[in-house]
Ligand binder design. Structure first.
Ligand code: NAP
Length: 272
């Protein structure tokens, strides 16, 4: 496993985590497969996943419940749990209630990283960040982050929070390379960790991306999806959180951290 520094905190966290969107339902809870899904998350932790990414929005809180069930027999201090607050809960009244709901569902006293899931056009950012700092000072969250923030909004968040925002989670993969232009260079300059979500583009790849990945995958005896993760991990400051409920895929994704891409291969994969 590769570890990277979270913001400028000095704390190293795993560069590959477990995504959980779709586990236990999409927008609504689907409880038909709970025991199997809990076992899968337990197995994932058993093979080495330490960082788990979830959100109050996922399956209307049910995904957090499944994560909470799965993690309860593990050493909490060795896990890094990330969850997110939905935009309708960003006010100073609503955010503490939303956090308390997440903690209850996760069976935890604190989360390691709490993210604003999407920016809100209704609640001022300084109100949300102020209440984030309050819950942080109470020990209910260890670190503050954001998600789906563009560069100028991230800049604003960093200023308002006096550099306490340490992470931005955004769509980033070989098909969606927008963060490379401005956001990632800004994060590197400011010491912000960037988490790439949907790193496998949910496997919906263009034929050109598939072709390039297949060429390089042959050199490494790896899958094209492992290469997509390796391509991201090669970048400074970038973490990633592929979702899987398939044990072979979970293993494969962790092993992506061992793939060393040459500069020629990186150039070939990255050229447009
Ligand atoms: P993803 O990780 O790009 O793709 C997940 C899909 O890829 C699943 O269908 C999975 O199927 C398949 N897969 C995983 N590993 C594979 C492998 N080695 N070989 C072949 N197929 C593989 O998509 P995502 O779930 O959208 O993104 C990952 C996580 O990012 C989410 O789960 C969530 O935690 C987070 N996220 C955050 C936001 C946000 O707004 N902040 C938005 C989207 C996602 P199997 O289960 O069958 O393996």
């Amino acid at each position: 496993m590769i570890y990277k520094e979270l913001g400028k905190t000095g704390e190293k966290i795993p560069a590959i985590g477990l995504g959980t969107w779709g586990i236990g339902g999409l927008e609504n809870a689907d409880r038909t497969n709970d025991s199997q899904l809990i076992k899968t998350i337990e197995k994932a932790i058993g093979i080495g996943y330490k960082l788990i990414d979830t959100a109050e929005y996922y399956a209307s809180g049910h995904t957090e419940e499944l994560v909470g069930e799965a993690i309860k027999n593990f050493n909490r201090d060795k896990l890094f749990i990330v969850t997110k607050v939905w935009p309708n809960h960003l006010s100073k009244i609503e955010l503490p209630k939303a956090l308390s709901g997440s903690l209850k569902r996760l069976n935890l006293d604190y989360v390691d990283l709490y993210l604003i899931h999407w920016p809100s056009s209704e609640i001022p950012l300084n109100e949300t960040l102020e209440v984030m700092m309050e819950v942080k000072s109470k020990g209910l969250i260890k670190h503050v982050g954001v998600s789906n923030f563009d560069t100028s909004l991230l800049e604003k968040a960093i200023e308002i929070s006096d550099y306490q925002v340490v992470n931005n989670q955004v769509l980033f993969n070989m098909e969606h390379r927008e963060p490379e232009r401005e956001l990632l260079p800004y994060c590197i300059e400011q010491g912000i960790t960037l988490t790439a979500y949907s790193p496998l583009e949910r496997t919906n790849l263009s034929s050109e991306t598939r072709r390039k990945l297949t060429v390089v995958a042959n050199n490494h005896n790896s899958s094209i999806y492992q290469l997509m993760l390796a391509w991201l991990l090669n970048k400074e400051r970038v973490l990633t959180i592929p979702k899987s409920t398939n044990i072979n895929h979970l293993r494969e994704n962790l092993k992506a951290a061992d793939i060393k891409l040459s500069s020629d291969e990186l150039r070939f994969l990255s050229k447009n």
